[in-house]
Design a protein around this ligand. Structure first.
Ligand SMILES: NC(=O)c1ccc[n+]([C@@H]2O[C@H](COP(=O)([O-])OP(=O)(O)OC[C@H]3O[C@@H](n4cnc5c(N)ncnc54)[C@H](OP(=O)(O)O)[C@@H]3O)[C@@H](O)[C@H]2O)c1
Length: 309
């Protein structure tokens, strides 16, 4: 419960380093002193060895007795020792080392700062260029970036969507959903689908695709000669709809962003028009709502939403 309190060191690291350094200096100085004493004793010994004991009495080098040469060499060593401890060390000692280290660290820091500045500059340039490219792309293909091209369709289990240019079923709740989803939007369709309507649907902008140059349509209906022009005509819409039929679905599924499909739970073997198979490696289901068969609906069906991976 009352565990031993850890003892906090009384001196910090810096003080410890200073003490160690001082000890080292004392040892160095002591060694110089001992060296000096040994040198004096050694010199006396060499002189006595030659003059008293007669060792190498006749040996001379460049006219000088050998012991004089030996003492001079030893003196040179001693002077070198003395200088390295008291003079060189003063200039190249701990302070000098610290100074060198500090200046090296400062230089490294300066280099790091420069690299950081350069990196930030490059990052800013990259970000600017990305923003510029995005702006250019949006300018060039406004419908591509801003809008969500949605396919809306009702298809049987065998992907049947129509027969003799008409629908094969009448499912009022599906029509209600179609109306509510497409209300106020641009609806893009093939000429045949357009002609299957008794009259244009209210509160929607119709875009009809036909290869006929002189195709006549009621006022307010936009007529175009290809899918690209249809998308261009709907570029102000955040969610234009492709509403069929089979030919237009086939051409647009690759560029669509979303599919709102009503899967009618029945096979329709007599159909003559079909929706393309949904490639589940490219699309994934994000919504499903089942509607049972009842008095008003001859078939059960499920509202499904797919978006591209
Ligand atoms: N179940 C559903 O949700 C649903 C929805 C819509 C329609 N449908 C059904 O689908 C059937 C109609 O589909 P469909 O495939 O026969 O016809 P469609 O796709 O509605 O229209 C085909 C026509 O569109 C024009 N067209 C197609 N591609 C074109 C292109 N690249 N450039 C210019 N024009 C092009 C051509 O018109 P021109 O011949 O005038 O050149 C072509 O004949 C009907 O049975 C309809 O009831 C079902």
């Amino acid at each position: 419960m009352f565990g031993k309190k850890k003892s906090t060191p009384q001196i910090d690291k810096e003080q410890l380093a200073l003490i160690k350094y001082a000890e080292k200096r004392i040892k160095q100085k002591k060694r110089v002193y001992i060296h000096f004493v040994i040198f004096l004793i050694g010199a006396v010994f060499l002189i006595l060895a030659n003059t008293v004991l007669g060792i190498g009495k006749d040996v001379t080098i460049a006219g000088l007795n050998w012991f004089v040469i030996a003492i001079v060499i030893w003196l040179a060593f001693f002077i070198y020792h003395f200088i390295s401890v008291f003079i060189t060390h003063k200039f190249m000692g701990k302070d000098w080392e610290d100074q060198q280290r500090e200046s090296l660290v400062a230089k490294q820091q300066e280099r790091i700062d420069k690299l950081t500045q350069q990196f930030l500059k490059e990052e800013t340039e990259i970000a600017k260029s990305k923003a510029y490219n995005l702006a250019q792309e949006t300018k060039a293909h406004p419908q591509k970036k801003k809008s969500e091209l949605t396919i809306i369709v009702a298809a049987g289990e065998n992907n049947a969507i129509g027969k003799d240019n008409d629908l094969i079923w009448h499912l009022s709740d599906d029509l209600k959903r179609f109306k509510s989803l497409t209300n106020g939007h641009h609806i893009i369709m093939g000429r045949k689908t357009f002609e299957s309507f008794p009259k244009p649907l209210p509160n929607r902008t119709h875009i009809v695709i036909t290869r006929q140059e002189a195709y006549k349509a009621p006022d307010g209906v936009i007529v175009v000669n290809n899918l690209e022009d249809a998308l261009d005509a709907a570029r102000s819409d955040a969610q234009p709809f492709i509403i069929g039929g089979g030919e237009i679905y086939k051409q647009s599924i690759a560029i669509a962003d979303k599919i709102e499909i009503t899967r009618v739970h029945h096979e329709f073997p007599n159909a003559d028009t079909f929706f393309p198979k949904i490639d589940l490696t490219k699309w994934h289901e994000v919504y499903a709502k089942f509607h049972p068969k009842d008095d008003k609906h001859a078939y059960a069906f499920t509202f499904l939403t797919y978006i591209k991976h």
